[in-house]
Design a protein around this ligand. Structure first.
Ligand SMILES: Nc1nc2c(ncn2[C@@H]2O[C@H](COP(=O)(O)OP(=O)(O)OP(=O)(O)O)[C@@H](O)[C@H]2O)c(=O)[nH]1
Ligand SMILES: [Mg+2]
Length: 265
């Protein structure tokens, strides 16, 4: 298998629809999903480039919230017990998330437009994971599940076919009042630019990088991925021009052969 030329990573709280978005784009269908454990990737050929798209688990935030609940409800002993595992979880999650983001050319920060907390989590928990991404990493902010909001495009404008599973079931879910406005996503994008100490004029405009999608209907899903692929190609070319990364590839690393005279030669 050829090594991927570039990497895109999907991050976001559990249940926001990361796996469903990726499945909708790669497999052209919307099916029941199970919560992701660890991470998995698809390879997409775009023009002459191989791009890996990583799906990650959003579980951590909920696990920590669970522990927080436990600490407020439980006995003193369970509080003390819970603090240990919660912080260990946070560390493990941070390590794993940072690993998935290492060298990423683009990160898709995903939230649910009907759930404010999922947008807040992006800044609180997920943005820090992107410190290991490329310095010129692109950021897309994606509000998913617009089909569920009162003002969303919904079933009647279904794009790309429903396929088996929930989308094909024919019964429309009740509409919800939308909790996150497009301006909130634009504000987050601007915060990210500040956090990364970038100049707004050197990065794509917020309006270009904030999307509202529905993995269920397919709304804007192709637009999201294909806009990013086009933007990632120049990043790949820059990466090639800079030469191989200055880090050791553990898989291919071989220690230098010892001389017969040993270490003191
Ligand atoms: N109505 C609607 N439901 C969606 C949409 N996207 C995902 N879902 C549903 O939301 C639930 C969670 O979707 P997933 O894709 O598994 O979410 P995830 O972000 O990958 O979750 P984790 O793997 O736990 O981090 C599933 O029941 C999906 O069917 C959408 O656009 N519209
Ligand atoms: Mg998932």
């Amino acid at each position: 298998m050829r090594k991927p030329d570039g990497k895109i990573v999907l991050l976001g709280d559990m249940n926001v629809g990361k796996t469903s978005l990726l499945q909708r784009y790669m497999e052209r269908r919307f099916t029941d999903t199970v919560s992701t454990v660890g991470g998995a990737f698809y390879l997409k050929q775009w023009r002459s480039y191989n791009i890996s798209i990583w799906d990650t688990a959003g579980t951590h935030a909920a696990v920590c919230r669970g522990y927080r609940l436990l600490t407020s409800w439980g006995s003193l002993i369970s509080c003390v017990d819970a603090l240990g595992p919660a912080s260990r979880w946070r560390e493990q999650f941070h390590g794993l998330g940072s690993m998935y983001c290492r060298g990423a050319a683009a990160v898709i920060l995903t939230y649910d437009v009907n759930h404010t907390q999922s947008l807040l989590e992006l800044e609180d928990r997920f943005l820090g994971l992107t410190d290991t991404a490329r310095a010129d990493c692109l950021f897309a902010i994606v509000g998913n599940k617009v089909d569920l909001s009162e003002d969303g495009p919904g079933e009647s404008r279904q794009e790309g076919g429903g396929g088996p599973g929930p989308a094909g079931s024919g019964c429309a879910a009740p509409r919800l009042p939308r909790q996150v406005q497009p301006e909130d996503a634009v504000a987050l994008y601007k915060k990210i630019i500040k956090y990364k100490m970038l100049d707004e004029k050197d990065v794509p405009a917020a309006e270009q990088m904030c999307f509202e999608t529905s993995a269920k209907t397919g709304h804007n899903v192709d637009l999201l991925f294909e806009t990013l692929f086009d933007m990632v190609v120049p990043v790949i070319l820059r990466q090639r021009a800079q030469g191989p990364p200055q880090t050791v590839d553990i898989a291919s690393y071989r220690p230098p052969a010892r001389t017969k005279s040993g270490c003191c030669a």
